[in-house]
Design a protein. Structure first.
Length: 255
């Protein structure tokens, strides 16, 4: 005998009067709106990220969860006006626009101070200082997300990045640039410089350039908020060019 609901299936085991309860999450059947465990743990509410562009599937999955205590984070190509208007109709708010930049490494430039490492421990206090220095990201520009939650998110994310063997680091003391290698390309995650006006941002990027040349990597990409002028200037002054724009949207319930 089966008693079936949306989230739970109870099946009676043969020869046993106990019930086996299988917890089936709605998220197990969602392909366009994906639950993010790390973000959920930080924000203390279910946090989803939009991964696809199929409007019919997005609407279907959205209607399953939109009344819950949730956040949905969406980043879409700025040229996709149709999808942007669709998200607004569902109740999403546009938060900001991000710029994507690209750089093609050609030759070793020779970094003075930075070293490339795969894992490195970071003090929690330093991670918090870095988190507090993040002030124009998409979470900072959403007034509905508290500063404490945002800082804790970035603190934990930075600590995890330093411990993650899939993430490489260019490091000068407490200054760093984290990045991932994907085939013949590099994606920069975060450039953080606490010690200002010493040329460290340039040197961190040079060390990544040198790593790319040594490992036959063809391009380096990074995405940052258009409002983050210091980061934009650091990248463009070191040879990065604009290749695209992304619009960021959030759906967040009031509770």
């Amino acid at each position: 005998m089966f008693i079936c609901t949306t989230k739970v299936i109870q099946s009676l085991l043969q020869g046993n009067d106990k019930f086996l309860t299988l917890h089936i999450q709605i998220e197990d059947f969602m392909d366009e709106i994906i639950l993010q465990e790390f973000d959920t743990n930080i924000f203390k509410k279910k946090f989803y990220r939009l991964k696809g562009h199929n409007k019919d599937l997005i609407r279907s999955e959205f209607l399953k969860i939109y009344k819950d205590n949730i956040i949905i984070d969406a980043k879409i190509n700025a040229s996709n006006i149709d999808l942007a208007n669709f998200l607004k109709e569902l109740g999403f708010f546009k938060i900001c626009t991000q710029v994507e930049l690209e750089y093609r490494p050609m030759e070793v430039l020779g970094s003075k101070y930075a070293k490339i490492t795969q894992t490195k421990k970071i003090d929690k206090g330093v991670a918090l200082e870095v988190a507090k220095n993040v002030s124009v990201d998409r979470f900072s520009q959403d007034a509905r997300i508290s500063r404490n939650k945002r800082e804790r998110f970035y603190q934990e994310w930075i600590i995890n990045s330093f411990a993650n063997k899939d993430i490489m680091l260019s490091v000068i003391g407490n200054n760093f640039c984290s990045f991932k290698v994907r085939g013949d390309s590099i994606k920069i995650d975060l450039l953080s410089v606490l010690d200002k006006r010493r040329g460290y941002a340039k040197d961190l990027l040079i060390s990544i350039n040198d790593y790319a040349v040594d490992h036959n990597i063809k391009k380096i990409n990074v995405v940052t908020e258009c409002e983050n002028y210091p980061a934009f200037k650091a990248y463009t002054s070191n040879g990065f060019s604009v290749v695209g724009f992304l619009n960021c949207f959030h759906y967040k319930t009031k509770t």
